[in-house]
Write a protein that binds this ligand. Structure first.
Ligand code: MN
Ligand code: MN
Length: 333
């Protein structure tokens, strides 16, 4: 049956199909994909896959991150084709496609994690890089398993108020507080090159930090960002990661609750969104093979504050990994 809905014209640059032509359709209309980008069926030779994982069976406090992917996509309608910070065309200089949401078992953690890994492996057969929209932080483990199968051990740059290197909680071993310990145990991580940024808040005891160091993580605590500045943190990041393949994991609770109230385990005293976006721009010189944005929980959000922050996190990550391209002839409004 043919559709009577008019086709939405998209911007084409070379072989890349990008966002709709916003001279023909305003940003608040159009498809419900991330940044209104095409689906895999519309394009070929995909560089970056955006994948939603509506899963939150691994949360330890407030639930609701299963609704994160839809919330981030909705806020991402704001995003425009050209990013002047870094002179980047995140959607026009590389093919990005939104693969939609994975179907994940909401009742069985083992089944869910296995199916997420299988799904990620499938996506990596069509795309070189992943941008995962969570979901709770558990989903970093299956993402790292799938990326490790392609790249070998991976450095992790982990923006989060929390360490997420717990061992178990209520006898569960896979939850949103444990993905990086499990990943280290499985040999997925380059343990010379992992780094937490933005850590703060109370712990259950000193052992948490001892365990974390033993697993291969260095830390830039949030207070250090206040003292050494964003650029001090970036220097440490560059020195730690170098040219290794890196996975960038952004738990939105790294931001202060003022900038991201819609999350499951908020901690006061966090980063501003400006600090975080500036740090993400410093990923430009790194070899980013995958990234996630997790723990967006819209039921606790107000005026889309958290969704907007998360959408811009995705924008800066895609901008940082985009190749340089002079598309200065384009105007799209
Ligand atoms: Mn966290
Ligand atoms: Mn986390």
């Amino acid at each position: 049956m043919s559709s009577t809905f008019p086709l939405i014209p998209r911007i084409e640059t070379g072989s890349v199909t990008g966002q709709p032509d916003f001279t023909k359709i305003p940003r608040f209309a159009g498809p419900a994909t991330f940044a209104s980008l095409p689906t895999p069926g519309e394009v070929s030779d995909i560089e970056v896959a955006v994948v939603g994982v509506p899963y939150d069976a691994g949360v330890s406090f407030r639930p609701g991150a299963r609704f994160g992917p839809a919330h981030i996509r909705n806020a991402s309608k704001l995003l425009r084709p050209y990013n002047p910070e870094g002179d980047a065309w995140p959607f026009q200089s590389q093919q990005v496609a939104d693969f939609g949401d994975m179907g994940v078992n909401p009742y069985n953690i083992d089944d869910a994690i296995t199916s997420i890994e299988t799904g990620m492996r499938g996506v990596l057969e069509r795309a070189k890089k992943l941008l995962v929209l969570g979901g709770d932080h558990s989903i970093a483990l299956p993402a790292l398993r799938a990326l490790h199968a392609v790249h070998g051990p991976i450095a992790v740059v982990h923006f989060d108020a929390h360490l997420d290197t717990w061992d178990t909680y209520f006898n569960a071993s896979i939850l949103h507080g444990t993905p990086f310990r499990r990943a280290a145990e499985e040999g997925l991580l380059d343990q010379e090159a992992c780094l937490h940024i933005g850590t703060r808040g109370g712990l259950y005891g000193l052992g948490d930090m001892d365990d974390d160091r033993a697993l291969g993580f260095a830390t830039v605590r949030c207070e250090e960002i206040e003292l050494a500045g964003v650029h001090g943190a970036v220097e440490k990041l560059h020195a730690r990661v170098g040219t290794r393949p890196v996975y960038v994991s952004v738990d939105i609770d790294v931001l202060d609750p003022a900038f991201a109230p819609g999350t499951g385990t908020p901690e006061s005293g966090g980063m501003t969104s400006r600090e975080l976006l500036t740090m993400l721009r410093a990923l430009k010189t790194l070899n980013v093979v995958g990234a996630d944005i997790v723990e967006v929980s819209p039921a606790y959000d107000h005026a889309d504050i958290t969704g907007i922050a998360a959408a811009h996190v995705g924008y800066e990550i895609l901008s940082a990994i985009a190749p340089n391209a002079d598309l200065s002839a384009f105007r799209t409004r």
